[in-house]
Write a protein that binds this ligand. Structure first.
Ligand code: G3H
Ligand code: 13P
Ligand code: ZN
Ligand code: NA
Length: 280
């Protein structure tokens, strides 16, 4: 059933677990996440990146909304990483329940103005607003941010950012990375996350961690303990999809079915890891 992202995150916060937000690019992706959620009796967030929207357009959003409606567990549809006013304003009317304003490429002052503008519009439509402060390194679709450009979230700036913009959820940068982590492994600043959690609890905003592909069980658990209620997962699901395409002798229909199964298995595993299994 269709739900609201706010309700999913509130329940997660109260229940001491987190909800997975899985990037989907087509119908198989949406169906794989919903099938995993039903099998795990877990809530889930289907999220669409602008690059996916560029390919799939309004029919992709409609496909996600319809898969959510038909599900017997609560599902929401979220717009991920809106980096321009234009794409965010367009996303307001497509059927998303929540969105992410990504002004992480801007200065603090410009990020505040940009996020506040979208936040007002989105709230008038009852949508939950997530925004990022700091900047994540790594690669996601067409955008690569080099390590030297990455910035950790500053607690004092975060307080000002939350106060000025009125956001509902803060995407934090604590050493998390889009895509692959370096061979030496993730270096998450859990001390910083703890400080950000003290702030988020005081302000009544949720904490979101992007780049969850590649994080160990230990780091996921430690992040949940420090207030993270939404994990974004993309790379591991895409990889499962791509790996399943590697037997060219198979028929198209079988390839699609096994791609869906492969994605579903990864998503279900993440739901158990995040503790959302059995919480629908
Ligand atoms: O870390 C998340 C926040 O504490 C959420 O607070 O339930 O008042 O929105 P809230
Ligand atoms: P990963 O690709 O590292 O899982 O990150 C996903 C993400 O943050 C989507 O917004
Ligand atoms: Zn992200
Ligand atoms: Na990652």
């Amino acid at each position: 059933r269709l739900s609201s992202t706010k309700e999913l995150l509130l329940n997660a916060e109260r229940g001491g677990y987190a909800v997975g937000a899985f990037n989907v690019y087509n119908m198989e992706g949406a169906e794989a996440v919903v099938a995993a959620a039903e099998e795990e009796n877990s809530p889930a967030i289907l999220q669409i990146h602008p690059s996916a929207l560029k390919q799939g357009g309004i029919p992709l959003v409609a496909c996600c909304v319809s898969a959510a409606e038909k599900a017997n567990v609560p599902i929401t549809v979220h717009f991920d990483h809106g980096t321009s006013k234009q794409e965010l304003v367009e996303a307001l009317d497509l059927g998303f329940d929540s969105l992410m304003v990504d002004g992480s490429h801007l200065s603090l002052k410009d990020n505040i103005a940009y996020t506040k503008y979208i936040s007002l519009l989105a709230h008038s439509k009852n949508m939950l607003v997530e925004a990022e402060l700091g900047r994540l390194s790594g690669t996601e679709d067409d955008l690569t941010v080099e390590d030297y450009e990455a910035r950790l979230t500053d607690v004092n700036q975060a307080e000002e950012f939350i106060d000025e913009t009125g956001i509902d959820a803060l995407a934090v940068c604590i050493g998390n990375v889009h895509g692959k982590y370096p061979a030496s492994g993730p270096n998450l600043r859990l001390d910083l996350l703890k400080d950000l959690h003290a702030l988020s609890s005081k302000k009544g905003v949720f904490l979101v961690l992007h780049g969850a592909s590649g994080l160990s069980e230990e780091l996921i658990k430690a992040s949940i303990q420090r207030g993270v209620t939404k994990f974004n997962v993309n790379t591991e699901v895409r990889k499962a999809y791509m790996n399943s395409l590697s037997n060219p002798k198979q028929d198209l229909v079988h390839v699609m079915a096994s791609a869906k199964e492969a994605m579903k298995a990864v998503v279900a595993e993440k739901m158990r890891l995040f503790g959302s299994s059995g919480k629908a």
